[in-house]
Design a protein around this ligand. Structure first.
Ligand code: 4NP
Length: 141
């Protein structure tokens, strides 16, 4: 089977999915990993300063990461596509991406949506959820 390649998708591609991209790359440096947003509001931007701060605290690199919008060719390029919440999974389904999985389906806590720290301000909570979930995904790849 082809080597897994992973795309994480949130709304703005500045908080949750770039955090997941950086954490997953730190855990599995040989995999192809990227992230994107269903909205293009922040195209070209660095990750949010809250995401950068928590990644810096944990010594995780986000070098070269810039926000971009999800593209139709992503659905062929990536073997696994993880939506950070149900709303973004629905948007992906509506775009014709039938392989969009719910990221937190891989977490034992029973939550469905990664809370959006753009609104909650709680980047620490999201970091731990993301790290635990990435570890679970890697066990099953
Ligand atoms: P993200 O968070 O989807 O985790 O990157 C957001 C970032 C930006 C906005 C909303 C959520 N925004 O409305 O600009």
């Amino acid at each position: 089977m082809a080597k897994p390649s992973i795309l994480f998708v949130c709304l703005g591609n500045i908080c949750r999915s770039p955090m997941a991209e950086a954490v997953m790359r730190s855990l599995a440096p040989d995999l192809i990993i990227d992230s994107a947003g269903t909205a293009g509001y922040h195209e070209g931007s660095l990750p949010h300063h809250g995401t950068r701060k928590i990644l810096d605290l944990h010594g995780i690199s986000y070098e070269g990461q810039r926000a971009r919008k999800v593209r139709m060719d992503d659905f062929e390029r990536f073997t696994r596509i993880f939506a950070m919440d149900r709303e973004n999974q629905s948007v992906l389904f509506n775009m014709g991406c039938n392989k969009a999985e719910l990221f937190l389906a891989n977490h034992p806590g029973g939550m469905l949506d990664v809370p959006d720290p753009y609104y909650t301000g709680n980047f620490e909570e999201v970091y731990h959820l993301i790290r635990e979930t990435c570890e679970e995904i890697l066990k099953k790849l």
